[in-house]
Design a protein around this ligand. Structure first.
Ligand code: HEC
Length: 485
């Protein structure tokens, strides 16, 4: 109510003089300042050099605010890195020190810039008392030209020196002044309209809902599937690996291969896989996953029925002189004599009930230098530990086992043993694939191509003992001679 009464007679804010040119304004400012007024301000359409000095406006303290915040930012960056890298998580990375200033400079720099920029922005707003929604000057129609072509000087009515008549006189007497205007306070109530208050409170309450929901989701467990508004490809009509499927009778989502079929491009020559030449009329389509039964059978009975390997008739070996291998081998192993030759040498092992498969005599692959290189590489990796780099059966594993007098150790076969020299390549290949007696198979680890490469390399190793000088190409012979002597 009292406000209403006040409104009838607006309170004076101050006096405003209008000028047409900047020079008059500057001169007027000078004069007003000299007269002792301090609560003054000038408004110009463009920045006016010298106005600060003329009016006695002190330089802004914004730079100091920015400097302070920048320094704080720098130390924040430094401290952050020290605490995280050197104290909380002192991980050594690439042998670098956990605490080293040069490494910290980029982050320090970034935080200085960040803090300074924020200080400039917030500080400017704060020092200018922004945002201000209204200014009484805007109610003076003439003042609109302050951004166009007029210059204004104001003296606040609260200034200590302010005397209604004297100040008016001073302004009236200023050179170049075109008008002196009384400026009054805005008489409209300063409070926000009620509706804005309600809307503001309502908005604040609504804004609280998302954080509350997040908090709830963080600390509550739920048995309901989570809400997934943006599904992307989360849910698809497909079976995941190792899951159940109602579609198939056996309930498996992952389907096994259908026996007797082969995927396009996956057919492999059975001889390549098994080392066995199929008999006429025999199934001649084989798949990587189901190798020929004979090869598989061969593996197990081999324990009992020593394969007849020293048979010159490789294709259909009929062992004549059965010999009980196993006891001999055991006995020798117990003796731990590394010099022992392979137990089967020169012996005709027990006659297998079934005839030996029709081993392919020569490896069914193209043998090039690269094949032999590959063979050497694979042999050295997979075989040399037992059979030795040169194939003498004196690999490091074997040496060690003998040294430790491992009672169950069977010395690896010397690959230069006579019966192995005449063994068909297919049989040797089968030994690598399925193992033999005490030696395990390497079919799961070495691909077929590499197994054949190893076979050719073993052959090459054997040749180093059985070859004649005539077999060495002339060029290489020469090289050897040079090297040797
Ligand atoms: C862990 C040791 C070990 C490794 C590795 C090993 N072998 Fe053997 N190998 C043996 C032993 C032991 C025997 C003798 C088994 C027996 O008489 O019971 C043997 C026997 C053999 C024989 C004789 C087969 C026969 O007909 O009598 C050949 C050939 C052979 N290995 C080749 C290889 C090749 C090629 C590799 C590499 C892929 C290899 N071995 C890797 C231990 C090994």
């Amino acid at each position: 109510m009292s406000q209403e009464a006040n409104n009838s007679e607006p309170k004076l804010l101050g006096l405003m003089a209008q000028f047409d040119d900047p020079d008059s304004l500057l001169a007027a400012c000078e004069k007003v300042r000299k007269a002792g007024y301090t609560k003054t301000d000038a408004y110009t359409p463009f920045p006016l050099h010298g106005i600060d000095e003329a009016l006695g406006i002190k330089p802004t303290i914004l730079p100091w605010i920015v400097l302070t915040l920048g320094i704080i930012g720098g130390f924040t960056g430094l401290g952050l890195q020290y605490v995280t890298n050197a104290d909380w998580y002192p991980f050594i990375i690439s042998a670098k020190p956990v605490w080293s200033l040069p490494a910290n400079i980029p982050v320090i720099f970034e935080l200085v810039i960040l803090h300074a920029a924020i200080a400039v922005f917030i500080g400017m707003l704060f020092l200018n008392k922004l945002p201000t929604f209204s200014n009484p000057l805007f109610r003076v129609p003439e003042f609109a030209r302050a951004t166009d072509d007029k210059f204004f000087l104001t003296i606040d009515a609260t200034d200590e020196k302010y005397k209604p008549n004297k100040t008016r006189e001073l302004l009236d007497g200023l050179l170049g002044q075109t008008d002196v205007i009384e400026v009054f306070h805005d008489p409209t109530p300063a409070e926000l309209p009620k509706i804005i208050k309600f809307v503001g409170i309502g908005a604040a309450v609504v804004a609280l809902i998302p954080p509350i929901l997040l908090w709830r989701a963080l600390y509550q467990t739920s048995t309901v599937p989570r809400i997934n508004p943006i599904r992307d490809m989360d849910i698809q009509l497909r079976g995941d690996t190792q899951t159940k499927s109602p579609v198939f009778a056996d309930g498996r989502t992952m389907r096994p291969r259908i026996p007797g079929t082969v995927a396009r491009g996956e057919w492999v020559d059975p001889i390549m896989l098994t080392g066995i030449v199929p008999e006429a009329g025999e199934q001649n389509v084989l798949f990587l996953q189901d190798e020929v039964p004979p090869a598989e059978d061969e593996e197990k009975p081999a324990e009992e029925e020593k394969p007849a390997d020293d048979q010159p008739a490789e294709d259909k070996p009929e062992a004549e002189e059965p010999a009980d291998q196993e006891p001999m081998a055991d006995a020798k192993a117990a003796e731990g004599d590394p010099a022992e030759e392979n137990p089967v040498e020169g012996e005709a092992p027990a006659q297998p009930e079934e005839p030996e498969p029709n081993w392919v005599k020569i490896a069914p692959i193209n043998v090039t230098n690269a094949t032999l290189e590959r063979g050497r590489n694979r042999y050295n990796i997979y075989c040399s530990v037992c059979h030795g780099l040169a194939g003498d059966g004196d690999g490091l594993v074997s040496q060690r086992a003998l040294q430790m007098e491992q009672p169950t150790w069977i010395p690896p076969t010397n690959l230069h043993t006579d019966y192995l020299l005449i063994q068909p390549d297919g049989k040797l290949y089968n030994t690598i694939t399925h193992g033999i007696r005490k030696m395990k198979g390497y079919g799961d680890q070495i691909p077929a191509e590499d197994r054949w490469a190893i076979v050719t390399y073993v052959r090459a190793l054997q040749k180093t003992r059985t070859g004649t000088p005539e077999e060495i190409p002339a060029v290489e012979m020469k090289e050897l001679e040079i090297k040797g002597q």
